[in-house]
Each structure stands twice: as structure tokens, then as C-alpha cells.
Design a protein around this ligand. Structure first.
Ligand code: NAG
Ligand code: NAG
Length: 377
């Protein structure tokens, strides 16, 4: 039934509308101020889940469940972790994977996908697929018999099917759309593979190898987009010439001269430049569908710390707290290694990996970039 203007119900409706507008004018300011507090103002849209791919910089323990020599599951790894337990994380404490999940209120620690004890509740808020020793180049993962990034994507697809069984297709799609995806990988491609072994150098110039790796990054990111990912953070390389192991092997006099090996850092720097360009292109071509792909800069924040460690409260920026290099007998950090008494004074935990404190400073520096992804900017 159509209501004529004179109908009593229409008049009543009109009055209700007028009253509503009047109330909105009077209390409008209050209403507007009240809404944002419900949505965690500084964080914008919320993050449904966190998914992480890559290498030891972000692996929260997947290698514990595979047959590889690359494991961080014995003391003193985890020295400053919850209950001082080694978990497979290559540091004294938490990794950026954990810091991200905690910061966006998803969960305190990001569990490894291969942990057989994961519940549906754990799965819903995201997992870590990364594997220490891995790289974009399939050969890199084979060196240490770890999980290649391609395999990590297969695991993600298996994860997705598992989640669909548990909570249905629609909810799974929503979780993936609203999730934050993080990829941190590439150091091993250059350190362990290209400069560590002869094979790739026989067929690729450094410039060609960077291209080759970038093509894999593009392919990887595209696969995530095809799977419904909308918010993607891709980390660049650290200043690899400053890793204690690289100094040990390449400084003419590693006892006395522990300055960064610029030749290697510039490889990373050039790669990062190219990566930023590629990510920018990818984002442009997908912007219309609400995709944000941001570059996460590890290089500059870490370089700043290494150049002026004392201003960040560090005492050592070029050797690991645990078993690094010639000075401390062995490259590897294990139960027999010398361990410094206070890891928070060290930028590096072992010959390759930063301490939790260094990671958290880098994370804080990059927070605006993560926030921009989460807010869709
Ligand atoms: C790109 O990704 C697809 C699907 O994951 C894979 O089949 C293909 O081999 C990849 N290509 C390269 C060059 O890595
Ligand atoms: C220290 O090592 C760096 C890099 O290997 C080199 O460029 C520099 O000349 C060395 N400094 C001294 C004083 O030997």
C-alpha cells in the first residue's frame, strides 16, 4: 500500500524523521566521537589473521618438524623467550612475526603451521609458513633441505582447505581478505647460494640473479593475490655485509677489523631498490580492487642501529651474542657456544640473526608502513 502525504501514518513518519534529524544535530558531535573509540582508532580496520612466509628471520618453528640441519630448537636459542624455551625461532626471544601478531591484537605468538597441536582457533587467526634457510630460488631451500617458498604456498592452500572444512568457505574468504600477509626472504639466496656456492654464479651475473629472484617475488606475490590476499607486506634485504658471519669470512682481519663489507651490503641495497619498483608496479595494477602491497625496509633501520649502536643502548653491533665467528670459536650457536650474559646489549644474537631487541626497534621503525597496509593506504 502506497502512503499518501495526508495519511496519518505518513505524517507520523515525517515527524519521526524530523525528530531524528534534530537529535542528530544536537548529539551529532557526541555520536561521531563515540564511533571511532569502538574501532581501536590508531589501528583503523582490524586484522583478522596474520600469515607469514619466508626464512629464519620470520620462521617461528616450522623446521622443528622437518628433517634439516637448520634448527633453532636447542638452548641457548630462546634464552629470553617465554619460560626460556627454545622453539625453533632463530633468536633469543620473539621475532617480528610475533610482534606483528601481538601489535594488531591477533595473538601474542604466531604459531608454526607444521605444529600438529594447532586448534581451529589457532588456525583462524593465522599461522607462520616460513622455514629457516629458505629462499626465493628453489635451489636455496634444497641446500638445507628446508621448505621452499613454493612449498610454503602449497601449505597455505592446504591450510585454506582445512579452514574451509572448519568454518566454511565464506568465513574463510573473509578471514583471508582481512588478513595481513608478510613475506621476509632473500638473504639466503645471496649469502648461502649465489655467493656461497658456485652453481648460480656460473650462469647468472649479479644483475641477472637479482632479476631472477625478483621474478620469483612477483610470482609469489601474484599467487597470494590470486588466493584472495589483499594486504601484503614484502620485506627487503638487510645490510648483508654487516652480518657477523659475512664479516668473519670476508674481512681481511676479522679479529681487529669488524666493519661491514660494503660489497655485500650494496648487493642488498640494489636489490631493495629494484624490489620497491616492482612492488609499486604490482600495486598500481591492482589498486582498483583494494589491494595494498607495501615494501618493508629492514636495511635502513638496521643500518642506523649498526652505525650508532650506543645511541640505541647496544654495546656490540658486529658479533653475535652466541657463538659467532673466529673470536668466539664457532659460527654456529649451540649448547657448547659461548653466550653473552645480556643479549639486549647485542644487535646480533648469533652470526646471522638479530636479537629480539634489535628486531623490535626495526619493527617500531616500520610500524607506519604496516599501519598503512592495515588502513588500506
Ligand atoms: C610461478 O608460480 C606458479 C604457481 O605457483 C608456478 O607453477 C610457476 O612455476 C612459477 N614460475 C616461476 C618462474 O617461478
Ligand atoms: C676494514 O675492513 C673494511 C672492509 O673489509 C675495509 O674496507 C677497510 O679498509 C678495513 N680497514 C682497515 C683499517 O683495515
Amino acid at each position: 500500500m502506497a502512503l499518501s502525504k495526508e495519511h496519518p501514518l505518513a505524517l507520523l513518519l515525517n515527524r519521526v524523521i524530523v525528530l531524528y534529524i534534530a537529535l542528530a544535530l544536537v548529539f551529532g558531535g557526541g555520536v561521531c566521537a563515540w564511533i571511532p573509540t569502538m574501532q581501536r582508532p590508531s589501528k583503523g580496520r582490524s586484522v583478522s589473521a596474520v600469515f607469514v612466509f619466508g626464512d629464519s628471520t620470520v620462521d617461528t618453528g616450522n623446521n622443528d618438524y622437518i628433517n634439516t640441519p637448520s634448527k633453532g630448537n636447542v638452548p641457548p636459542y630462546g634464552k629470553d623467550f617465554v619460560n626460556h624455551t627454545p622453539t625453533g625461532r632463530f633468536s633469543n626471544g620473539r621475532l617480528i612475526s610475533d610482534l606483528i601478531a601481538a601489535h594488531y591484537g591477533v595473538k601474542e605468538l604466531l604459531p608454526p603451521y607444521l605444529d600438529p597441536a594447532l586448534s581451529t582457533k589457532d588456525l583462524i587467526t593465522g599461522v607462520c609458513f616460513a622455514s629457516a634457510g629458505s629462499g626465493y630460488d628453489p635451489l636455496t631451500a634444497r641446500i638445507r633441505n628446508v621448505i621452499s617458498v613454493e612449498k610454503q604456498l602449497q601449505y597455505f592452500k592446504a591450510y585454506r582447505r582445512r579452514l574451509e572444512m572448519a568454518v566454511g568457505k565464506d568465513r574463510t574468504r573473509n578471514i583471508i581478505n582481512e588478513a595481513l600477509f608478510v613475506i621476509s626472504c632473500g638473504t639466503n639466496d645471496f649469502i648461502n647460494n649465489y655467493y656461497g656456492l658456485p652453481f648460480r654464479r656460473q650462469s647468472f651475473t649479479p644483475q641477472m640473479y637479482r632479476r631472477f629472484i625478483l621474478n620469483h617475488v612477483k610470482n609469489f606475490t601474484q599467487t597470494l593475490l590470486n588466493q584472495g590476499a589483499r594486504r601484503i607486506a614484502v620485506a627487503g634485504l638487510p645490510p648483508i655485509g654487516c652480518l657477523p658471519v659475512v664479516i668473519d669470512l670476508n674481512s681481511g682481519n676479522p679479529f681487529q677489523n669488524r666493519s661491514c663489507i660494503e660489497k655485500f651490503s650494496s648487493v642488498a641495497w640494489n636489490y631493495n631498490k629494484m624490489l620497491q619498483k616492482e612492488l609499486g608496479k604490482m600495486e598500481k595494477s591492482t589498486k582498483s580492487v583494494g589491494v595494498v602491497i607495501n615494501y618493508i625496509d629492514i636495511y635502513n633501520p638496521l643500518t642506523q642501529i649498526i652505525k650508532a649502536p650506543t645511541s640505541f643502548g647496544f654495546e656490540d653491533a658486529n658479533s653475535g651474542c652466541c657463538g659467532t665467528g673466529i673470536v668466539k670459536v664457532s659460527f654456529s650457536c649451540n649448547m657448547n657456544s659461548y653466550v653473552c650474559p645480556d643479549a639486549s646489549k647485542y644487535v646480533f644474537w648469533d652470526a646471522v640473526h638479530p636479537t629480539e631487541r634489535a628486531y623490535s626497534i626495526v619493527f617500531d621503525a616500520e610500524l607506519p608502513n604496516f599501519d598503512a597496509i592495515v588502513k588500506g593506504m
